[in-house]
Structure formats: structure tokens, C-alpha cells
Design a protein around this ligand. Structure first.
Ligand code: PMT
Length: 404
């Protein structure tokens, strides 16, 4: 039987404690084993029974009744944990764990655990910004813990400001990324493009395509999970940007080109998964174009080919991965693009293949390098990204790059 990963969730006494139940449910649905430990104060906000129903485990509450049985259990849970997330983390508990205090079940188990730890603060803005809390958070960072910054917004106490628990999906990312144990990309800069471009005709209309950005976002997720500093340059997309990724939104191909010209020299790896418009209107009208004519023709001019430019300006040891979206002669066209655009790797997909291409959560990819052509069956874009990254890591090793 496959070994389930264990996530230990420490829930402390803040109004956001109820959100930990949703997080627990999401992890359970994804097949993780979740053990919940609550502080006594947390039980004032949400009943342990909620977590017990979701996890099918007893919830440990931070009292020292039945000391013997519980103290054994907390050590065994600490040893079994693959990740320990404190959500929400109050200023009080942050202070305790920053200084190694272990006066209840949660803090004791936390101190005993040696797995990756993720802290998700949530509190009133004044408490969050207080120098004492900030210094405690700095201490947690210095221990190598992952901090999922709270958001700004309307707080339960009526204040506006920073202190609201981060979005649950961001916390989910942060936890799942720490579960990826291998971090070969630590210290590497990764630049990825995703989504469509929009080429304006006038203030209300544009030329675009159906790219959702899912492929590029999945590649960015893996890069971050493997330890890289990731910048995602993306056209207008509805996909959520994963935890810890720097997002640079653009609209047109020319805007995307400027960003790549600015950042590409610092990048160790560049992946061009975006569907970039090949042409743009020769002129963008200042006012809405009127429908006076029966026929209307629109002169177009060629956009810069960003991938070709990147291929021409590739620095030593930089890895360049392009994409090719085809509807016919997939392999011939893809191989031509790989060579002409000086790509180390090219990922080809045929838009007419079932499960491939735009908008789907899946793709059917063929990876071409100067050594091999490898075809993959239909799989999720996240799985496909994992395969693409394995090819990139192999190329980095061939180039003599040292990987962590
Ligand atoms: O975003 P999704 O909905 O998840 O869909 C994913 C995808 C189908 C968009 C993706 O898998 C994909 O195939 N991306 C490349 C789409 C594309 O523009 O293909 P192309 O064959 O036209 O371009 C070849 C390469 O040149 C691409 O890496 C492209 O980013 C790049 N290019 C193209 C034109 C241009 N002016 N500049 C470029 O850099």
C-alpha cells in the first residue's frame, strides 16, 4: 500500500481557526493523512469534533490530562509528520515557537518535530506590525520555516490592514511545495511565460487566443516547489498565481518582449509556454472603430519573435525551453522550431489531439531535445510539467551545472 504523507496541523485561537477546517478537508480529499492539534483557545472558535469528523483521528487538545498516553502520541506524531503547518498562527503561539517554549501539546509537538514547518500568521494589524511580532517572525524565517504572509483587508476586529489569514489555496501550495523533498533548483532563477497576449485594435477590441495560462502556471508551481526563484510573465489569465511566485502581468507581445529583454540575462532557465500573438494591428485606433463599411480590412504587422531573440541571446549554460503548438505535422514543425530558435528543449502539443492544448487541465506532450524525442500520454498539466522539469534538470547536468 502506498505510504500516505502526514500533515500535522496546529490550530491556534484566532477567528480564522474555522478556515483550518476547509484546509483539512482539501488535504483529506487529496489523499493526505491529517493530524490536528489544537490549543485550548482554538476550541473556543471551532469544535475539535469538526476536525475529528474530517480526519477520522482524535484531535489532541493542549491540556495535560492523561499525560502519559498523550506525551507518547505527540512524539510519535512529530516523528511521523512530513510537514507541520500552524494555521492560523496567533502572535502568542508565534512568540512561543520562536523562543522554543513548549508548554502545551501543540508547542511541545512542534518543538519535537524535525519536518518542514509552515507558519500562517493571522491577527490584528497592530499586533502583526508590532516590532516584537516582526522580530519573532524574523526568527522563524532564520530557522528556515516557511512563512505564509497574511493578506491586507477587512479584519474581524473591524480594522483594515494586514493580518488576515492568507488564502487557503496559497497555504495549500506552500504546504504541498514543502512536501517536494528534492530542491535541485535552489538558488536558480527561472523565467516562465504563460497565457495569451492581447493586441489592441482600438480601446474596446483586441486580437487574442484561447490560452488559459494553465500550462505555464503548472511549470511555475514545480519550479518553486524545487526551490527556484520564479518569475511568471503572463498575459490576461484567470488562473491563480501559486505561492511564492513573482507575477509580471502584460497584455501585448511587445510588452512581453520588453520584460524578457530586461530579465532574461539573469535567468538560469527560461520556458516560453505562452501563446504569443504572431501579429498585431499595424495601428491602434484612439477611438472605437465605427462600423461604417460593409467590409473592413485590418492591416497587421509581425510581432517580435521573443523565443528566437532569446535563442540568439542565450548566455552560457542558460537552458531555453520553447513550446510548439501545432495542428499538423507536429514533429517536423516542432523540430524545425527547436533548431531555428536555438532551444535546448522544445515541448510540442497538437491542439487537435484529445486532452491536449488550450484550456484543459491535461495535455499530451512530446519533448524534443538534440538527443531524443519522447512522447507522453495524456496527463495533467502538473504531471506534464514534472516530466518537462526532469528533462531540463538532465540538460543542466549535461551542461555541468551544479544542482542542489
Ligand atoms: O495556456 P493553456 O490553456 O494551458 O494552453 C497551453 C498552450 C497550448 C498555450 C501551450 O502548451 C503551448 O503550446 N504554448 C505555445 C503556444 C505557441 O504560441 O506556439 P507557437 O508554435 O506559435 O510558438 C512557438 C514558440 O515561440 C512558443 O514557445 C511561443 O511562446 C514562442 N513565440 C511565438 C511567437 C512570438 N511572437 N514570440 C514567441 O516567443
Amino acid at each position: 500500500m502506498e505510504n500516505k504523507k502526514t500533515i500535522v496541523m496546529g490550530v491556534t485561537g484566532g477567528i480564522a481557526a474555522f478556515k483550518a477546517a476547509q484546509l483539512t478537508s482539501n488535504f483529506i480529499k487529496k489523499g493526505y493523512d491529517v493530524e490536528v492539534i489544537m490549543t485550548k483557545h482554538a476550541t473556543e472558535f471551532i469544535a475539535p469534533l469538526t476536525f475529528e469528523s474530517l480526519t477520522k483521528h482524535n484531535v489532541m487538545v493542549s491540556t495535560f490530562e492523561k499525560v502519559q498516553e498523550r506525551s507518547v502520541k505527540h512524539i510519535s506524531i512529530a516523528q511521523r509528520a512530513d510537514a507541520f503547518v500552524v494555521v492560523p498562527a496567533t502572535a502568542n503561539v508565534i512568540a512561543k515557537i520562536a523562543h522554543g517554549l513548549a508548554d502545551d501539546m501543540l508547542t511541545t509537538t512542534f518543538l519535537a518535530a524535525s519536518c518542514p514547518k509552515i507558519i500562517c500568521p493571522a491577527m490584528n494589524t497592530g499586533m502583526y506590525e508590532n516590532i516584537v511580532t516582526q522580530q519573532n517572525l524574523d526568527l522563524l524565517r532564520s530557522y528556515g520555516y516557511t512563512l505564509v504572509e497574511p493578506e491586507s483587508g477587512f479584519l474581524a476586529c473591524g480594522d483594515m490592514g494586514k493580518g488576515r489569514l492568507a488564502d487557503i489555496s496559497i497555504i495549500e501550495d506552500a504546504v504541498e511545495m514543502t512536501l517536494v523533498k528534492e530542491k535541485p533548483l535552489l538558488g536558480k532563477q527561472v523565467l516562465i511565460s504563460a497565457g495569451p497576449t492581447q493586441e489592441a485594435l482600438d480601446p474596446v477590441r483586441f486580437l487574442t487566443n484561447h490560452s488559459s495560462g494553465k500550462m505555464g502556471v503548472a511549470l511555475a508551481w514545480w519550479a518553486k516547489a524545487m526551490g527556484a526563484d520564479v518569475t511568471l510573465v503572463h498575459g490576461p489569465i484567470h488562473e491563480r498565481i501559486p505561492y511564492g511566485i513573482k507575477s509580471i502581468p502584460i497584455k501585448s507581445a511587445c510588452e512581453m518582449f520588453s520584460v524578457f529583454q530586461e530579465f532574461s540575462q539573469d535567468a538560469d532557465i527560461i520556458i516560453k509556454a505562452a501563446a504569443v500573438g504572431d501579429y498585431r494591428p499595424a495601428q491602434t485606433a484612439n477611438d472605437k472603430i465605427k462600423k461604417n463599411e460593409e467590409q473592413f480590412s485590418l492591416p497587421l504587422m509581425k510581432n517580435p519573435d521573443i523565443l528566437s531573440w532569446l535563442g540568439e541571446h542565450k548566455k552560457t549554460n542558460q537552458v531555453l525551453c520553447g513550446f510548439a503548438m501545432e495542428t499538423q505535422n507536429l514533429l517536423q514543425n516542432a523540430e524545425k522550431k527547436r533548431k531555428e530558435k536555438h532551444c535546448d528543449l522544445l515541448v510540442a502539443n497538437n491542439l487537435l489531439t484529445k486532452g491536449a492544448g488550450f484550456g484543459n487541465d491535461t495535455n499530451v506532450i512530446t519533448i524534443l531535445s538534440n538527443q531524443e524525442i519522447k512522447e507522453y500520454p495524456c496527463m495533467s498539466k502538473l504531471e506534464a510539467s514534472d516530466h518537462i522539469w526532469q528533462h531540463i534538470l538532465a540538460i543542466m547536468e549535461q551542461k555541468g551545472e551544479s544542482l542542489c
